[in-house]
Ligand binder design. Sequence first.
Ligand code: GRG
Length: 305
Amino acid sequence: MIIKSLKNNIPLSQYIDKYKAIIEENLLRLLGPSEITPVTLYQSMHYSLFAGGKRIRSILCIASAEAVGGAIGDVIHIASAIEMIHTYSLIHDDLPSMDNDDLRRGKPTNHKVFGEATAILAGDALLTLAFTTLSDISVLSNIPPEKALHVINEIALSSGHYGMVGGQQIDMESQGKRIDISSLEQMHMKKTGALIRASVRSGGIVGGAAPPRLLALTEYGENIGHAFQIADDILDVEGSIEDVGKTIGKDIAQNKNTYPAMIGLDESKALEKSLIDRAIEALNDFDESADPLRMIAKYIVERKR
Ligand code: GRG
């Protein structure tokens, strides 16, 4: 199905491709020249940063800024920093001591190519590069300092033990145990939802959203973040290895707490649909500048990878 933008009538895929190209060019610039030593560390960072990610978090950041009157130039470095944090989290998530995955985005995982120690360091270096970027005065010169600090703080909070890292710890500790649905929700709000929420809010803050608009964007971000995880769980059951690019059926094999395992496939699909409806409803007061956000919400549950 082709999801169309109401504003320009361009397919979402075209919108995503356009921004993906800009984000990737910027990521390459921020990573620096390939001669940077140690070369192996650079190659390991480059390998995962350009392994074919959907760039959904960075595109969300840009689309949120645009929805409130901001422009891509205001947020491109923030969007890129978020992509670095996301990439680091996937490298570390795949490690033998965590999910022990051999395949990510259809390619061997970072540690399979570069070894475990280099993969750990590449993740560390990407996380650090994100905050080097976010705190670079020359890079952020177009953003008022208090806004820049607000955004850096939001991204840091969403990535660390209050957010993604905390969620990962809960996930590890709950494996093999049965948890209830509200604990599952709490875990995913931190592990997956927090960075998605921060991506949307950062774009809104820098784009100049007034408080009620920022609240609406927050509601949008929380709902799509929740739906994103359910969609990911469903893909682990129904997706194909060719589309998803990683081992399928691992959640069931590892007896993981997932939505399909807890409430069944049909109810999981009904839940993700109601979350997407709620996300789109949150944008009721926005004009057609928010169409990309509306389209991305639908894409999140219709995606095949
Ligand atoms: C190890 C600190 C640390 C955190 C790991 C996010 C995360 C926490 C682990 C990823 C595990 C996972 C597969 C979660 C499901 C949702 C998710 C983050 C999927 C991958 O994100 P996509 O689909 O990936 O945006 P691409 O490849 O498109 O960039």
